[in-house]
Design a protein around this ligand. Structure first.
Ligand SMILES: C[S@@+](CC[C@H](N)C(=O)[O-])C[C@H]1O[C@@H](n2cnc3c(N)ncnc32)[C@H](O)[C@@H]1O
Length: 271
């Protein structure tokens, strides 16, 4: 890993640390349904040993723990201490679940220690997803399963807000990691060493009470990195621009609904 890769990873972790207190905690169901969809596709059997990389606040981890039951085990790792502390506290009543600080790019476990590796909306944040996938193959037993999610389509309103604010941020901030791996061809390029690769799209609807709710929510996840790139003295201007874009999408009662499609990829570790 180069020094700039390490810096990029630390910056992502620090940004998620600043988002951790409100991440999926603002009364808008977004990561929760996506995590449940991922675990449903994983078809985890009771007693399985599961690793959840980039576990965040547990959108994938908790449904996975329900699926394994106490005869299995679920380990969640994340690089943001604020995510780890909160998720570990929420999982304290589940003795078969462990949550710890750890790097999704290089999870530090013995070879073949898991039946299933899960990665919900994290691969696009890693400097080298191909290296991470090679590490997951090593961690899985032969025939073990990898299941991860990426975004297939963002809501047009969210994209319109990003487009409207792009002139306010440096060019490198305009390239949002979540836009990587939108097409299956960009994903399949990494999965040559895996068997039975399959993709499915899951539409998710997320409802907001109004513009304030949506604007606050933008700061509670990866979009925060983009918003933090707006110079402090132009933030008020950014907010006004975003609210004007949101105006067009609000219903008569002020409510706004986002439609997102998450793509779930499953693959089997070749024997
Ligand atoms: C979009 S969130 C997804 C969280 C969770 N999997 C979910 O579905 O809600 C991305 C998470 O990946 C974590 N993350 C980013 N880079 C990471 C890395 N290199 N190692 C571990 N976690 C990382 C972030 O801290 C954040 O919690």
């Amino acid at each position: 890993m180069t020094a700039s890769d390490a810096e990029a990873k630390a910056a992502v972790a620090a940004m998620f640390d600043r988002s951790a207190a409100t991440y999926e905690d603002l009364g808008a169901a977004y990561f929760g349904p996506m995590g449940r969809a991922l675990v449903s596709r994983a078809a985890i059997t009771r007693g399985s040993r599961v690793l959840d990389v980039g576990c965040g606040r547990g959108a994938v981890l908790f449904p996975a723990a329900e699926a394994t039951g106490p005869s299995g085990s679920v380990v969640g790792i994340d690089l943001a201490p604020g995510m780890v502390e909160r998720t570990a506290a929420a999982a304290a009543h589940l003795p078969w679940v462990t949550v710890a600080l750890g790097d999704a790019a290089e999870p530090d476990f013995p070879d073949g220690s898991f039946d299933v590796v899960l990665a919900g909306l994290v691969l696009f944040f890693l400097p080298s997803p191909e290296t991470a996938l090679a590490n997951y193959r090593r961690l899985l037993r032969p025939g073990g399963k990898l299941v991860f999610s990426t975004f297939a389509a963002q809501d047009p309103l969210l994209s319109a807000v990003v487009r409207a604010l792009t002139p306010l941020v440096p060019p490198e901030a305009a390239e949002r990691p979540v836009d990587r791996f939108k097409d299956t061809s960009s994903i399949s390029a990494f999965l040559g060493d895996w068997d039975a690769v399959a993709y499915s799209g899951q539409p998710i609807e997320t409802s907001f009470t109004g513009k304030d709710h949506l604007w606050t929510w933008f700061w509670s996840h990866g979009m925060r990195a983009f918003l933090e790139a707006v110079p402090a003295d132009r933030l008020e201007e950014a907010e006004a621009i975003a609210y004007r874009v949101m105006d067009a999408a609000a219903g008569p009662d002020g409510r706004i609904t986002l439609h997102t499609t998450v793509r779930i990829t499953t693959a089997i570790c070749r024997d």
